[in-house]
Write a protein that binds this ligand. Sequence first.
Ligand code: NAD
Length: 321
Amino acid sequence: MKVTLIKGDGIGPEVISSACKVINAVCPDIEYDEVGVELKDDEPVIEPIISSVKKNKIGLKGPITTPIGSGFRSINVSLRKELSLYAGVRPAKSYDKDIDIVVIRENTEGLYTGIEYPVGNDAFCAVRVITKDACNKIVHFAFEYARKNKRKKVTAIHKANILKLTCGLFLDTARNIALDYPDIEFEDKLIDNTCMQLAKKPNVFDVIVTTNLFGDIISDLCAGLIGGLGVASGANIGDECAVFEPVHGSCPKYAGLNQANPIATILSGAMMLKYIGKNKEAEKIENAIISLLKKGVKTKDLGGNYTCSQMTDEIINELQI
Ligand code: NAD
């Protein structure tokens, strides 16, 4: 089995190296095809990644920095779009609280189309594209995910009271598709109310399905509920291939300092193992991490004093127990 490996930048190379060590401890037969991004005339060249993922069908990725306010468009967004990785799957499961939520985020359209233009002198417009096809795919994905993973409820999150056409289409589609899944409870909620309820009583949520920007924000909120971005894993899944990556970004303040929490990337690797049918190996990794966190073995972001490499070694040792 060959996996495309994209180390990314910032803390990416450190956390990806940790993930590969842990994955190799349970699955020594996995090989990696490492590819990166180069800049040509200040624009990123992503074709080598695209062709490698298309060939291998599966990728493990570290975070990649996007310039803020100006500069090139997000490489992360472009990869999801180019590879049709339409479903962002972001679990938020706590080891010590009653929280077990999975956010399913539409990954290819919404406000992330990058279409922005000036209107007059001092104003700009951003275009939010919502299509029936993408709504159908993401909502079906969420219900199938719920069924396969024995989940009880799907909640569609929207702002259809204000965004009547775009969120209206998403909500109508979700309501219609829900009729085909009588075994799974369905409800819908406004995004603002959802944020309040997530903060107050997160255990009422199970599977959340939503559009691109709302999913991006909600998944960070959910990461905060379970200890932070250092433990929030993720996957980008399409019909042809899948790329696994943590929810967090390149976290420049920890880059090169051996202080990043590698758990989010290691758990993304465990999601990858489940995706390729290695459930036992994935559960072994998850159980080792839960056991260590319960014993108080933690990195700085979780209030501990383990470095990235020490945490990685502890996880590998725990796998043997
Ligand atoms: P970030 O996720 O990199 O960091 C936000 C904060 O979360 C950090 O300051 C830190 O306190 C904490 N944190 C995140 N990951 C951690 C880890 N592994 N261990 C310990 N603490 C961790 O978000 P940001 O600073 O807003 O973004 C930095 C860059 O990353 C930006 O250029 C952004 O565009 C990019 N980004 C990339 C991806 C991706 O590659 N998929 C995702 C999000 C952000």
